[in-house]
Design a protein around this ligand. Structure first.
Ligand SMILES: CC(=O)N[C@H]1[C@@H](OP(=O)(O)OP(=O)(O)OC[C@H]2O[C@@H](n3ccc(=O)[nH]c3=O)[C@H](O)[C@@H]2O)O[C@H](CO)[C@@H](O)[C@@H]1O
Ligand SMILES: C=C(OP(=O)(O)O)C(=O)O
Length: 441
């Protein structure tokens, strides 16, 4: 379908069925691209999807003098950072675009140049998303952080020093910040309460290939012995488990049958258990996973999002659409972001029965209880969905609206769909391949 305008008409009510391919993980590829900055020699990254976050990080790397060559069809990126020192200008005019990745440039740029300017971040508006853990980590390594009008300026008066840090919450980005900074700091760094998402483990794989010394203990403690130099890597990205789960939810919500080539089981164990409890079926082979609705009623569930190995927050929004088709009351407690249920307003407008609550429903109390955050949802189903005019609010919320439009009777107008390009490669072509009745303005 090529480049899409921002408005998509979706004639729903038909099951999605067929085969699509999922490539590398958005939440890993962008970090591996930043890691290439740490090497003295070029890196090669494979299985890279054509999504906007990759384009944004490519632009940022180029601003810093990294030569990036892409073979988009093959999904290969060559990243040559050998000119970073000579390309250096102190006040680079960088924009975060739609991405949160620029904050991860801090460690690598401090090691190479002794300073960095980080623009204000983009990313999905699903909560406040502060960067206090990141800044605390950088300060503990010895960096000086100066907040400016459009971002932050960071300097390292001397070589960064290994340190001992405990995260208040196992943040993915803060764990990656620490890894990308500690690998070339002087001495040993220890991080407790670290996040251990599969994308982080693959980043550790990349850093080890580059020459880093990193060990991960069973109790979420990561230990890094700093080294003086790192070299380039060759690596094939792990698969995008969020995109795979999104297509699985689309199959369930539309009563369809989708073979997701490239989907892998180990990173999806928790999702697969939940999918099965709802009444979805799947078949795993060496090339991918077939997700399908076996007919009959879907079952309501109680679900809590969590850090890995829990049920991932990014799986939540697409699955909620499928839960509108399950019999009975489902309870979903979002414990990672305080504000990730804004997207249900549009679902309600399409006929779903969903109530949101400030209380921690269905499980243990979380950080957001007794505060002003609507972070629990009760979904009552099954309810038929009707077409509507929808505005995409964020990446996963937007894909969820698309799923709802595909499940609904009638033709919906979905606006702002270019936001979805940030994390779903060629989703228009994939929808057409699955038999969706969609058209552009
Ligand atoms: C590009 C990328 O990989 N994005 C993923 C990454 O986001 P990201 O790395 O931004 O998410 P974090 O794990 O850091 O955030 C988790 C929680 O920690 C809080 N927090 C985080 C940092 C900080 O300095 N202070 C603070 O309070 C956040 O507000 C949030 O409530 O992990 C999330 C959790 O799996 C996923 O939903 C995102 O898709
Ligand atoms: C929240 C997400 O991404 P980001 O951190 O890039 O906004 C996501 O992928 O759902």
């Amino acid at each position: 379908m090529g480049a899409m305008t921002d408005l998509l008409y979706v004639a729903g009510g038909n099951p999605l069925s067929g085969e699509i391919t999922v490539r590398g993980a958005k939440n890993f590829v962008s970090k591996a691209m930043v890691a290439a900055l740490l090497g003295e020699t070029p890196s090669v990254l494979r299985n890279v999807p054509q999504i906007r976050d990759v384009a944004v990080v490519t632009g940022l790397l180029q601003l810093h003098g990294v030569r990036v060559e892409a073979d988009e069809a093959a999904g290969t990126l060559h990243l040559d950072p050998t000119d970073v020192e000579s390309a250096h200008v102190a006040d680079i005019d960088a924009h975060a675009g739609s991405s949160r990745i620029p904050i991860l440039f801090c460690g690598p740029l401090l090691h190479r140049l002794g300073e960095a300017f980080i623009p204000d971040l983009g990313g999905c508006r699903i909560g406040d998303r502060p960067i206090n853990y990141h800044l605390d980590i950088l300060r503990q390594f010895g960096a000086v952080v100066d907040k400016r009008e459009n971002g932050i300026r960071i300097t390292a008066p001397q070589r960064l020093q290994g340190t001992k840090i405990a995260l208040p919450y196992p943040s993915v980005g803060a764990t990656e910040q620490l890894l990308l900074t500690a690998v070339r700091a002087e001495g040993i760094t220890e991080l407790s309460n670290a996040a251990i998402e599969p994308e982080i483990m693959d980043l550790i794989n990349v850093l080890q290939k580059m020459g880093a010394i990193i060990s991960v203990a069973t109790d979420r403690v990561i230990r890094i012995e700093g080294v003086d130099r790192l070299v380039g890597y060759q690596h094939t990205s792990l698969s995008d488990r969020i995109e795979a789960a999104s297509w699985a939810s689309a199959a369930l919500a539309t009563g369809g049958d989708i073979y997701v080539r490239g989907a892998t089981q180990p990173e999806m164990t928790t999702f697969l258990n939940t999918f099965r409890k709802v009444g979805g079926e799947f078949a795993i082979d060496d090339e991918g996973i077939r997700f399908y609705h076996p007919g009959g009623d879907l079952r309501s569930i109680t679900l809590e999002t969590d850090v890995h190995p829990g049920f991932m927050t990014d799986w939540q929004q697409p699955l909620v659409v499928a839960l509108t088709q399950a019999t009975g009351l489902s309870i979903v407690h979002e414990t990672v972001y305080e504000n990730r249920f804004g997207f249900v307003d549009a679902l309600r407008g399409m006929g779903a029965t969903i109530q949101v609550y400030k209380e921690c429903l269905g499980g243990r109390p979380c950080r957001f209880g007794q505060r002003n955050f609507y972070h629990s949802a009760v979904i009552s189903g099954p309810t038929p969905l009707a077409a509507a005019d929808i505005e995409v609010p964020d990446l996963r919320g937007g894909f969820s609206h698309l799923i709802a439009a595909l499940a609904a009777k009638g033709t919906s107008a979905v606006r702002g769909i270019s936001l979805i390009d940030r994390g779903y490669e060629h989703f228009g072509d994939k929808l057409l391949a699955l038999g969706a009745d969609i058209s552009r303005d």
